[in-house]
Design a protein around this ligand. Structure first.
Ligand code: IPD
Ligand code: CA
Ligand code: CA
Length: 259
């Protein structure tokens, strides 16, 4: 079995745990005021880490629910067992398992799988991006005014600090100049919906490597562009991420506040 097929198999199997949990009673633990985790996030991550240890022993495994310390390694796999836990808890079927394989600071393999809609997004470096068996590519929209733009709100918003101010100012700058906003609730999938041309652009702050590591490769292989809010290249130290079909990138950057 090829490496990408091994990753897909792990994501499909992890998806079975999520499907079971989606309709079950959940134990909810608070990581912050509104940031929550369930026993299914933990169980799904444990399953994925175990499965990866066999075939990917040369990689550092960076899972959201268990990793402590640095995000920067020569060879690492970033795992979000359930991206979209709030949707998972509230019963919205927009969530995914995200697994991104990085080598020397570059993404090389990715799977982002929504088990509830049976959508498997995947990509290999320089070999294109796919949704299930079908090759995908970004939209051809050239006008920011006609763009559907995804975003998300950082958990730090509850402190009403600079993150909250940034969110409000960006919305205020942007809303009159786009078709509409979507806050869908799973950043990894947002990048994939951008990759398949459903969204034209996306931006957010305070995302973690496990949120972006899978979606970035899928987006880039679908012809999209990723930077930070300054237009500089995005890495795991970046506070902001701005992603687009490439064609509306500059127009979007002009409307976003710096942070
Ligand atoms: C969250 C989702 C959400 C984004 C948050 C993330 P989680 O991940 O991706 O869309 O706005 O910033 O933390 O907590 O559901 O894995
Ligand atoms: Ca996440
Ligand atoms: Ca998560």
């Amino acid at each position: 079995m090829s490496t990408i097929e091994k990753l897909k198999k792990i994501a499909y199997e992890a998806g079975e745990i999520i499907k079971e949990g989606y309709v079950a009673n959940k134990e909810i633990t608070h990581k912050g005021v509104v940031d929550i985790v369930t026993q299914y996030d933990v169980a799904t991550e444990k399953f994925i880490l175990n499965a990866l240890q066999k075939d990917f022993s040369e990689y550092i495994l960076v899972g959201e629910e268990s990793h402590e310390g640095s995000y920067h390694y020569d060879k690492a796999i970033y795992i979000d067992p359930i991206d979209g836990t709030t949707n998972f808890v509230h019963g919205f079927p927009y969530l995914a398992v995200s697994i991104g394989v990085w080598e020397k600071g570059e993404p090389v393999l990715a799977v982002v799988y929504n088990p509830l809609l049976n959508e498997m997004f995947w990509a290999q470096k320089e070999k294109g991006a796919y949704l299930n068996e079908k090759r995908i590519s970004v939209s051809e929209q050239t006008q920011l005014q006609q763009s559907l733009v995804g975003t998300g709100f950082p958990y730090a918003k509850v402190n009403k600090g600079i993150e909250y101010q940034w969110v409000i100012e960006c919305l205020s700058n942007l809303l009159p100049y786009i078709r509409d906003i979507r806050r869908l609730g799973a950043a990894a999938l947002d990048l994939c919906y951008l990759a398949q041309g459903k969204l034209d652009a996306f931006y957010e702050i305070d995302l973690k490597p496990w949120d972006t590591a899978g979606g970035i490769l899928i987006l880039e292989e679908a012809g999209g562009k990723v930077s930070d809010v300054y237009g500089e290249s995005y890495d795991f130290n970046s506070k902001s991420i701005v992603a687009s079909n490439g064609l509306v990138h500059g127009q979007l950057l002009k409307k976003l506040e710096k942070i």
